[in-house]
Design a protein around this ligand. Structure first.
Ligand code: GLN
Length: 250
């Protein structure tokens, strides 16, 4: 486990610890950018970000305020599967207790019940999310636009063979207006449960979707300090990134 701390000092409203799960094996299509956005926006809101990484075999940090997980190839998911199973009960307790979490694609799948790859290998999940995923020979690739009541229009990029079916224990993150999302038949993307946000969208997601970043930060601050006092984030680049993404063809 490695930690990086920035921006502490007088005037900080307090530290928020962000843990990125398995960045060595689960971090594709820019997912690490989600951690960088959280770091910057936590600072803009006046708190002190502490970025931590957790990889296979590491000690799990004692106090974590926000958890992130990225996507990965099937081979990366196979590498982490045993370690993830050993951390499953802890992560489930945190999720049930209301910890904010963002899991993308490969870790979205493994936060569910299982991912059966297109070769038929079953990679067990940790069952935080009532979803299951079946790999197919068709890869779902391209730019995605999602309409979400909670976060407005969500923009991102998908690339996955797994198709995820939602059970009654979760609700979709939103409705897919462009691209595919969870699967090629249901017309929705991602999953929401408690303060867990799960999505297929890379790109990375948070630079283009600061409303989701601020939801995670607000939830982390409220849980830790009992209140969230927003600062004044500089959204110029988020606006530009959204304009650029909105112009992209499929
Ligand atoms: N390996 C998984 C799939 O192909 C996840 C891919 C990803 O994280 N982009 O469905």
């Amino acid at each position: 486990m490695t930690a990086e701390k920035t921006g502490s000092g007088p005037g900080s409203k307090g530290a928020l610890r962000v843990l990125q799960l398995y960045p060595r094996d689960m971090n594709i299509y820019g997912d690490w950018g989600n951690a960088l956005v959280l770091k910057r926006r936590i600072s803009w809101h006046g708190y002190t970000p502490e970025l931590l990484e957790y990889n296979v075999g590491d000690d799990f940090p004692a106090e974590v305020d926000l958890i992130l997980g990225g996507g990965g190839q099937d081979s990366g998911q196979l590498i982490i599967q045993d370690d993830l199973q050993s951390r499953g009960p802890l992560l489930k307790d945190l999720a049930e207790d209301g910890s904010p979490m963002l899991v993308i694609c490969g870790l979205y799948q493994l936060f569910g019940r299982f991912f059966k790859t297109h070769l038929g290998t079953i990679i067990p999940g940790i069952g935080i999310l009532d979803v299951e995923t079946h790999g197919t020979d068709e890869r779902l690739i391209g730019n995605v636009r999602v309409d979400s009541d909670e976060f407005g229009e969500i923009l991102g990029y998908e690339n996955h063979s797994g198709q995820t079916t939602l059970g009654p224990g979760v609700r979709p993150l939103g409705t897919t207006a462009k691209g595919t999302g969870n699967n090629s038949s249901d017309g929705h993307e991602g999953a929401r449960y408690k303060n867990v946000v799960a999505s297929y969208l890379h790109g990375s997601l948070l630079p283009k979707n600061p409303a989701i970043a601020d939801f995670l930060i607000r939830t982390a601050a409220e849980r830790k300090f009992g209140t969230f006092e927003p600062g004044t984030p500089d959204d110029r680049f988020a606006v530009l990134a959204r304009e650029h993404a909105a112009r992209r063809p499929r």
